[in-house]
Write a protein that binds this ligand. Sequence first.
Ligand code: NAP
Length: 240
Amino acid sequence: MTRVLLLGGTGDALRIARQLASGDVYSLAGLGKVPDDLPCTVRVGGFGGSEGMARYIADEGIGLVIDATHPYAAQISANAVEAARCACVPCWALRRPAWQPQAGDDWRMVGDWDELTMALAPFRRPLFTLGREPLAHLDEIPAHQFWFVRCLDSHEDTERSRILVARGPFMLEGERALFALQGFDVVVSKNSGGSATEAKLEVARERRLPVVMLRRPSLPAADREFESVAELLETLHLSH
Ligand code: NAP
């Protein structure tokens, strides 16, 4: 049976990991929770670049790499394709389709942090839903702004920021209540795709709020790409 190396750190990857066998390996960067109830082996921490991953693939007799990391985790996705090529094993990837703007949406696309802060200049109460990155910029908050930062990391509030420690999925009713309570006037988001964190976009649409959207990084082509966990698992079971 082909030994699988699954690169994860997302809810989708966890769903795949639950279907793996005891000889397979689920790999995490080590930033979040490490599950202890999986049927497969769990390893934690970087490999040391694509060369390190290629060595790991060879040493452990891995026959298939599956990249199910987050669409913005561009480095590990590039490493996966390169390492699998060097080790002469196939690399499959779960490439979650991006959200698409709908009628009434006001999305302002930005490429990096500088463009993002410029796009936010007209607003007073942004909700950041980008992960931990804004925490490194709390001392740069313009005088006219109060930031709300929703992320997994706990951090003290400051005079002009509030950290909302929360883990998705986020439901529509909860998001409606949060937006109404805090009076955000703009949402800052990655285009993560999927349903777990999509409700904020619906509430932004309802409230006619702009969304400052960080563009997706480009990712290298994998040998096979899947848009859904179900499609990937079906192919995996058929070929296993
Ligand atoms: P990244 O920039 O693409 O990767 C940075 C380095 O972290 C990689 O070069 C690798 O180190 C290590 N790494 C990342 N994912 C790994 C994995 N699954 N197993 C082993 N090593 C891994 O990644 P990132 O954006 O910092 O994200 C880190 C992790 O968080 C990813 O696994 C991703 O799925 C998850 N995540 C990211 C986001 C996001 O917005 N970026 C959101 C939700 C979850 P070496 O080079 O030493 O191998």
